[in-house]
Ligand binder design. Structure first.
Ligand code: ADP
Ligand code: ZN
Length: 780
């Protein structure tokens, strides 16, 4: 065995020296810890008292139960052979984490254990299970409880003999429409089902079962509010200690950073983790869908990166920087990576917001360091994400931060000017606020080319969906164009999320593949958040929502030039209680006057339906009114659609009301014009309100039918709504649709099988028929 092992490889990191400050940090940490210990020890009684509280509650040993607004429970504990004692427990944290918790406590506190239902321990679980199976009883809630001795039993002042170690199951159940509360203990013989078996069967049957692990520690009840004096002390010195500890920590970290041998002097060295370098990004243009223009704009950059010398020889100048402009999630990072991937060059990336950190002068030196590395690795791509964080117009900053930003920006500018164009470093910047960038950044020779990346249009969305769908298993029948149509306004990232959510949904339902319903549900989730079926909506509220949405749908279907209704739902999502969605046939940038007027009417449909049916309106129409008013204002003040006001633009320029931002008139509008604008907006709104009112009065029957159908099915498609309006029977219509869908699905599956078969047949002679051009073509 030779013993010439190399010395530790010199990777720039000497053996870690123990910095001098270490002792101080430990001291401070110890102090903080000690304080926390004192505080928490005053709390530990409280910790176990919640256990005792639960145990008494679940065993029906509490009386005079009250729960106050501060989340404190007070009650009497009644244990046989002992005097009653009062308890007080803070349960606030549990209430906050579960909205049903308080109701559950009150319910349980009112229960007494019923020992007459299952009196024989040997048979209790068996009887119970068979009662459940034969539906003689209906279990509403069950609790699987395990009471255990605490690990450290140094405080053995247990006073009540009521609690014993072991597990048991309690349940609130209905029998002959009477409520009972029972407790099952583990059966003494193994011929009866165990508690675990009972529990899992209950879970399978959809009974909510909670399990509790309760410690038999101190049962001394006390209010668990921490000692106010201690809180005061900690409140006074705690923050100072924390600040000290944090500062110490940062200084330590700096000294330990790579190249730490320089100690404090090495502050500015770029930390390895600050930017990332990928030698191969493995992203190609195939992964980037639906931005053909942007792709073709950067194509020459790829050529250049592949062969920098070629361009320099002919004297052509290649941009040094490309600025990708687009809102978040539109694929700027993706495109930058794809450039690197296509050109097969390394990819350095760093985010502007990382620079705006800590000590002055650090950012600038990090920039220099980054570029030094990039020069060594050229040709390569340097990607500066969120460049607006450092590249804001200089001299507009406030406070201490802007000095740092300015220095960083200057360093970037100097570096950009400094590298020769034939070096083959391309800077790619990304921002969604090109307007705030310092003009110096946009000068020739710097980021002189801007590539705007818009949110994708219908075609683009379909392409992006297809790209991401490659990663999941799709059902034979999936109509991507419909999903693409129904995702207007989604960014690439949101579309990727739709596919991902759909795959998760399908997996949760144990499906073989992702089908249309998963995709639709996923789209709704991405747009509005999860369905909230569990949100207990009062029956009456549901009815109001159903009529409200039915009103929108009917007006939308009866108004000319409106996009067809795609679906109507009263399943609440996010903050909305229901929704009526229309699907534009194509992405719609033309807003014709008639269409806009109709949209105002549609907005009012919901509110009018409420008024017609209930004689009153709910607050749910607020958003509709806002939308209608905004539309009318835009028509009058921006689009010149009021003859009286004329084709003059009255709004301030910096906002676009179509994006839902605040509506603001520009200055210098005369009082008379203001009045005129008001009048016209009022007129448009009134006319459309009246139009919608007439429609709904005429269609009262359809309104009732659709609302009832919504209450029954919760969601209706646009076709189903039209069927109701035509007077068709909804049940029959649904059945017919389902038959149609199944046929289409079978058809698609058959086609797929045939394709596969054809491909298989072609496989053997494909190799042989190399010179047969036709075979090659048909295979493509
Ligand atoms: P940005 O940098 O503009 O905020 P990203 O490039 O980080 O956006 O995009 C986030 C994700 O969205 C990407 O990883 C990709 O999965 C998806 N995505 C965005 N645009 C596209 C696109 N045009 N084609 C395919 N996927 C896209
Ligand atoms: Zn509405």
């Amino acid at each position: 065995m030779t013993n010439n092992q190399p010395k530790e490889q010199g990777d720039g990191q000497g053996p870690a020296r123990k910095p001098r400050g270490m002792g101080g940090v430990i001291l401070i940490l110890a102090l903080v810890m000690a304080l926390f210990l004192i505080l928490s020890s005053s709390n530990s009684g409280g910790q176990s008292s919640i256990h005792a509280f639960r145990s008494h509650l679940l065993n029906g040993r509490l009386s005079n139960f009250t729960l106050d607004a501060q989340g404190t429970v007070s009650a009497q504990v009644n244990v046989e052979g002992q005097p009653d004692r009062p308890i007080e427990v803070v349960v606030r944290p549990f209430l906050a984490s579960d909205p049903n918790e308080a109701a559950l406590y009150e319910r349980l506190a009112a229960m007494r254990l019923d020992t007459t239902l299952y009196p024989i321990p040997e048979e209790a679980t068996k009887r119970f299970l068979s009662d459940v199976r034969e539906q003689r009883i209906r279990v509403e809630n069950a609790f699987f409880v395990k009471e255990v001795e605490p690990v450290s039993t140094n405080n053995t002042t247990r006073q009540d003999g009521a609690r014993q170690p072991g597990s048991y199951l309690t349940a609130i159940l209905q029998r002959n429409s009477e409520l009972h509360y029972v407790r099952l203990d583990p059966p003494p013989s193994s011929s009866s089902p165990s508690l675990q078996q009972v529990t899992s069967e209950l879970v399978d049957r959809g009974v909510p079962v909670r399990s509790y692990l309760l410690s038999l520690g101190s049962s001394d009840f006390r209010v668990t509010e921490p000692n106010p004096a201690l809180i005061g002390i900690l409140g006074m010195i705690g923050p100072w200690l924390l600040v000290l500890a944090i500062v110490w920590f940062f200084i330590l970290r700096q000294m330990r950073s790579p190249g730490g041998s320089g100690g404090v002097l090495s502050f500015g060295r770029s930390r390895a983790a600050l930017y990332t370098k990928e030698n191969r990004t493995n992203v190609t243009f195939d992964d980037v869908a639906g931005m053909e223009e942007a792709k073709s704009e950067v194509r020459e950059i790829i050529e250049f990166l592949k062969n920098p010398g070629k361009f320099a020889r002919l004297g052509g100048s290649i941009p040094r920087g490309v600025l990708l402009v687009g809102s978040p999630g539109t694929g700027k990072t993706l495109l930058a990576k794809a450039i690197a991937g296509e050109a097969e060059v390394p990819f350095f990336s760093i985010s502007g917001s990382d620079f705006v950190e800590m000590f002055v002068g650090v950012g600038a030196s990090r920039v220099r360091d980054l570029f030094k590395q990039a020069r060594e690795a050229s040709p390569c791509i340097v990607f500066l994400d969120e460049i607006d964080a450092v590249g804001r117009k200089r001299g507009t900053g406030m406070g201490g931060g802007h000095d740092e930003r300015e220095q960083t920006l200057n360093a970037i500018l100097v570096e950009m000017d400094g590298f020769d164009s034939d070096k083959g470093i391309i800077l790619v910047g990304a921002t969604n606020r090109p307007d705030v960038l310092d003009p110096a950044l946009l000068r020739p020779g710097r980021f002189d080319r801007q590539v705007v990346i818009d949110r994708p249009d219908v075609k683009g969305r379909e392409a992006i969906l297809q790209v991401h769908a490659r990663k999941v298993k799709l059902a034979a029948y999936v109509d991507m164009p419909t999903i693409a149509k129904a995702t207007a306004g989604f960014s690439g990232a949101e579309l990727a999320a739709v596919i991902n959510e759909a795959a998760i949904l399908a997996a949760m339902k144990n499906k073989e593949s992702v089908d249309m319903s998963d995709l639709e549900e996923a789209r709704d989730r991405v747009r509005w958040g999860r369905e909230k079926r569990s949100r207990a909506i009062e029956e009456e509220d549901k009815k109001v929502t159903a009529y409200h949405e039915a009103g929108h749908a009917i007006v939308s279907m009866l108004t000319p030039d409106q996009d067809p209704v795609h679906k109507v739902t009263i399943v609440s999502r996010g903050r909305s209680l229901g929704a009526t969605m229309s699907l534009p046939e194509k992405d719609d940038y033309n807003h014709w006057q008639k269409k806009l007027l109709g949209r105002i009417a549609v907005c009012f449909g919901g509110r009018i339906a409420e008024q017609l049916v209930f004689g009153d309106v709910s607050a749910g129409a607020q958003n509709d009114i806002e939308q209608a008013t905004n539309l009318a204002r835009v028509m009058v003040c921006e689009l010149g659609m009021s003859e009286k006001v004329g084709p003059i633009k009255y709004t301030a320029d910096d906002e676009n009301p179509f994006l839902g931002k605040e509506f603001r008139l520009s200055g210098g509008v005369s009082q008379r014009t203001l009045e005129l604008i008001d009048e016209e907006v009022r007129r448009i709104v009134d006319e459309q309100y009246q139009a919608a009112m007439t429609m709904l009065q005429d269609q009262r029957l359809a309104l009732d039918t659709i609302a009832e159908a919504l209450l029954k099915y919760e969601t209706l498609s646009g076709d189903e709504c039209s069927a109701v309006l035509r007077g068709d029977d909804l049940g029959e219509f649904r059945a017919a649709q389902e038959r149609q869908r199944q046929t289409a699905e079978k058809e698609a599956q058959r086609a797929q099988r045939e394709q596969a078969k054809a491909a298989q047949e072609q496989q053997p002679n494909a190799a042989a028929s190399d010179e047969n051009p036709e075979a090659g073509l048909s295979g493509a």
